[in-house]
Structures are given as C-alpha cells and as structure tokens.
Design a protein around this ligand. Structure first.
Ligand SMILES: O=P(O)(O)OC[C@H]1O[C@H](O)[C@H](O)[C@@H](O)[C@@H]1O
Length: 533
C-alpha cells in the first residue's frame, strides 16, 4: 500500500513539476484556507509550496499509507520506536502537565518526571535567589554550561531566544574543544560566583570532558586554597555514576528514553532554568505541550508537523530538491538553523529502513540557514537565480521590538517569499531597465542577468513574539515534523550511529600522531606529516 502511495506521489509530482505555484490559487480557490493553519499559537502558511491540489492529496495519502497516526500513537504510548536501541522516545513526557500519565516500555514514568522537575525547580530557584552558594559562600551570578551536540544546541537556542538583553544572571556556553571557546566563555567571570554545569547524556564525550577538566582546573587555580570546588560543579547526565566519579557535587539525571537532540526539556536546560527563571522554563514546556496536543489531536490535513513533513517529502522525493534553507527573521533566533541541522540531519540523514533495507529514495535534505535579513545579502542570490531549487522556511516574528523596527524584518521576509514564487520574466526585466533610462541594447544585453525564474517554494511560520511559549511550540513543531519524516521514509530517527566512525578514526589518527603505527591512507599520512612530523 505504501509503495503505491509513493508511486502515486512521484507520478503526480512528475506530472505537475512545471505547475506554477502562483496559479494554483486560481485553480483551487480553497488553497489558502486548505494550506494555512494555526497550531499552538503559531500561524503556518504552506500555500506557497510546490504541490498542486492533487500533489497535496497524494502526499496525504502517503501519510495514511505509512500509518503516521498509528506511529504517533506508538511514540506517545512509550513503545520502543527507537528500534535499533530498543528504547521508547518520550520527550513529550518531560513537558506534559502533571495530570498526564506516560509509560516507557510499559513502565509508568510520570511520577518520576514530576519529582525530577520539582528537584530541578528547587535547585534552579535556590541558585537564582542566592540560597545555594559557591565554595566561598558567595551567591552565584553566572553559569558556564559545558556540553556539545544535543547537550548544547537546544539550551543555547533557548537562552539566546529568551535571555534578557541585560541579564542579571549570565549564562555562557562552551562546546568546542578549541580552548578559545572556553577562554571566551570564562572571560570576565568571577570564579567564586560561577556555577559550572557539565551536560552530557553519556558523560563520555571527548570535547565535553576535556572542557570540564579544564574548567575544573580553572576553579581549583582561582578559588582560595582548600575551597570545596565540587560545590560549584553540577552534572546533568543519563549516567549519574560517571558524573559523581568526575566530582560533581550534585547530579541531575535523565533517562535513556530522552534522545540527546530532544533533551532540552529535561535537566539538560538547567542553565536556562537558572538564567531565565523557573516560570520562563515552565512556559517553554507549556508551549511545547500545546504543540504536542495539536500534533496528537489535529486531523492529518490540518496537522502542522504532518503537513510540513509532507511538503518536505514532496520537494525531496517528488521533485528532487535535496537542500532546504531556513531563515528566521529575528536576531534572537539566529542559532535556530544550527539547532535544526542537528535535529533533522542527525535524525534522518540515513540510508536504510528500520529493518536495515536500503532506502530507494532520497531522505533528509541538507539543511542550512542564516538569520534574516543577513542571508538575503549572502546566499539568497542562489535561491533566486541558481540552478538548484532550494525550498525555504521563513520564520517570521510579528513583534521583535517595541519601536516598530520589526516591520523591516517581516516585510523583507514576506517580500522574499513572494519574490521567490513570482520571479521576474526577461521581458519585465528589460522593460524595467528601459523605464529606468537604459538604452535598448543594454536593456537586452542585461535582461537575462536580471531574470528570476520564480516558482520557488517556501513556507512561512509566524510567531507573534519570541516568548517562552512560542519558542517551545516552534521547537516542538520541528521535532514532530522530523519524527513524521522518519515515519514516511521508514527511518529510525532516534539513533545516530553515523557519528561513531569518525570518533574511532580520530582515535587512530591521534595514536598515529603520537608515533604509533596505524593503517592510514597516503593522503591522511601526508596530512599528518604536514601537521606533526
Ligand atoms: O550528550 P553527550 O553524550 O555528551 O553527546 C553529545 C552529542 O555527541 C554525540 O556524538 C552525538 O552526535 C550527539 O547526538 C550528542 O548529542
């Protein structure tokens, strides 16, 4: 059944590949209504996507054939949807209201989640109000969050998105093993008033442990002799014994059913809960929970994560578009593309099905992006005139400021999405130049350079403001979209074996650099020679 649905989607996409998006509004007077929706307070417009009415119908049929609703139920029911690791995937449980009950592989978990949330609240509040103090008894005024990948990108997006412009409590992030990152994070901080939070699901990640050791040395060096530096080191991990062995005075743990890149709803965001305050963190959870409810309750044809996933599948597998750009038009969301790269490319950048069979079609596109309007002055040239069609997601914020400057932002986002769709013909380009005073020969010569093919798809997601609630909803929207794509492609979105080979090769390169005999290729040998020998 799914094979038929794939064949049908591909046939319709092939047939309609030259259909003009702008004309679809005429062919289907309901298009705008059909393809716009509100979810957890976000307004989402998929009407500038490439699908025709039949294309959308074929995509929805694929969702039914791939049993998206049953898979969604399995996720929320705590079944082992992470098939290769035999784990449930229950990040929604972390943001659920207390009355909701979740189980992981049949074991009730909600009571434990709530107890943990209370412990986190007590600690974050204690640090913030000064009742929990450092090794010399002084209250904290800064947090250094050490972590990488899923233990960094989510909390970083949250902090950057929501932090007060002049925070009374500083949160700094260290991810890179290059000491420059650490030095920058520690610059100007008072070691007596700095809390160090080491975040690592496995507590084995090389970069994180190296940074953790270096920062611990910084504390030991800078604090008065005999100070109990462990009081200033907290661990967040799914392997609490390892954090305790490292010397964390306090450890917050989370379970294996929380994937690293889905973990920002857990103690992984302790730094944000401290820096932003507990109420803000709770509103973030509430925003995500509102999106969970939408995802669970809305019918497929009005379901935001489902429609966004289908639009992507239509572009990738129907029309061969293997990249997507993301443009958040709000400075505070400038890290969002980096966050999405991990979420989507680590989840769905795969080439075998859940049962290990090769996937016959393209899967996750290359996701890239830049804050708007900066991107317009860089890679948007290619979006408008390059040979590749790169679908774009515009994240638009109605109010970024209180001074009216935001209109510049959202007007540009609207203009870009419209320009990508309507383009400009060679004739119009020539006429425009003639009207601007060019002579005929120059107008004809230059017109091809000023022609825009148009018909390039985009989605618009509109937030009223970047608030804890809207940001929580936005992140959860993309989490669920990523999950639905995994279901459609028959991918396990919740493992990441693809990062392991590089880690083991790095070990042999380092061993070769220290003089051991390793079986390397001529190119790598020559690079090593160049670097160390
Ligand atoms: O949280 P950790 O165990 O330190 O892992 C940090 C990151 O590194 C791994 O290699 C994976 O690529 C990521 O999925 C993970 O989020």
């Amino acid at each position: 059944m799914a094979d038929n649905a794939w064949a049908q989607l591909q046939a319709v996409a092939e047939r309609d590949k030259d259909a003009l998006i702008a004309e679809q509004f005429t062919f289907d007077p309901q298009r705008l209504e059909r393809l716009t929706l509100t979810a957890a307070g976000l307004y989402i417009d998929l009407s500038k996507q490439s699908w025709t009415q039949q294309g959308l119908a074929a995509a929805l049929e694929l969702a039914r054939a791939r049993k998206v609703e049953a898979c969604r139920e399995a996720l929320f029911a705590g079944q082992a949807v992470n098939t290769t690791e035999g784990r449930a995937v229950l990040h929604p449980a972390l943001r659920a209201s207390p009355q909701k009950q979740f189980s992981a592989l049949g074991e009730p978990i909600s009571e434990g989640v709530m107890a943990q949330r209370e412990a986190l609240k007590a600690f974050a509040t204690g640090v913030r109000n000064g009742t929990i103090t450092g090794a010399t008894g002084k209250p904290f005024n800064a947090v250094v969050h050490i972590g990488i990948g899923g233990s960094d990108l989510g909390p970083r997006v949250v902090w950057e998105g929501l932090r007060p412009r002049q925070p009374e409590f500083l949160v700094r992030f260290v991810a890179n093993i290059d000491p420059a990152d650490r030095q920058e994070a520690l610059a100007g901080l008072d070691p007596e008033t700095t809390l160090v939070i080491i975040v690592s699901k496995t507590f084995t990640t090389l970069e994180t442990l190296a940074n953790a050791e270096a920062v611990r040395e910084w504390l030991a060096r800078e604090l008065p002799a005999g100070a109990d530096i462990a009081r200033q080191i907290v661990g967040v991990t799914a392997r609490p014994q390892k954090a305790e062995a490292f010397g964390c005075s306090r450890t917050f743990s989370f379970c294996d059913w929380v994937g690293g890149r889905f973990s920002l709803w857990s103690p992984v965001s302790l730094s944000c809960a401290i820096g932003l305050g507990w109420e803000v963190f709770e509103q973030l959870l509430a925003g995500a929970e509102a999106m969970d409810e939408h995802f669970v309750e809305a019918p497929l044809e009005k379901n935001a994560p489902v429609l966004m996933a289908l639009a992507q599948i239509y572009n990738v597998d129907g029309l061969g578009r293997t990249a997507r750009s993301v443009a958040p038009y709000a400075y505070v969301l400038r890290r969002f593309p980096a966050y999405l790269q991990q979420l989507e490319m680590e989840s769905n950048g795969k080439r075998v099905t859940r049962t290990g069979q090769p996937i016959e079609r393209m899967t996750c596109p290359v996701v890239f992006g830049e804050v708007g309007s900066n991107g317009q002055h860089a890679f948007f040239q290619q979006l408008h005139q390059g040979p590749h069609v790169v679908p774009t997601e515009f994240i638009i914020v109605r109010q970024t400021h209180d001074d009216g400057a935001e209109q510049q932002l959202w007007a540009n986002a609207l203009a870009q999405s419209r320009a990508l769709m309507v383009g400009q013909s060679e004739e119009a380009a020539r006429d425009e130049m003639l009207a601007a005073g060019y002579n005929e020969a120059d107008a004809v010569r230059l017109a091809p350079h000023k022609t825009f093919p148009g018909n390039r798809p985009s989605t618009a997601i509109v937030l009223d403001r970047v608030t804890p609630h809207t940001l929580g909803a936005l992140i959860a929207l993309f989490e669920h979209k990523t999950f639905v794509e995994g279901v459609l492609w028959d991918i396990n979105s919740f493992d990441q074996w693809g990062v392991e080979l590089g880690k083991s090769v790095a070990r042999s390169v380092m061993s070769a650099a220290s003089g051991q005999k390793e079986d390397l290729d001529p190119s790598t040998e020559a690079l090593l020679d160049h670097l160390v020998r």
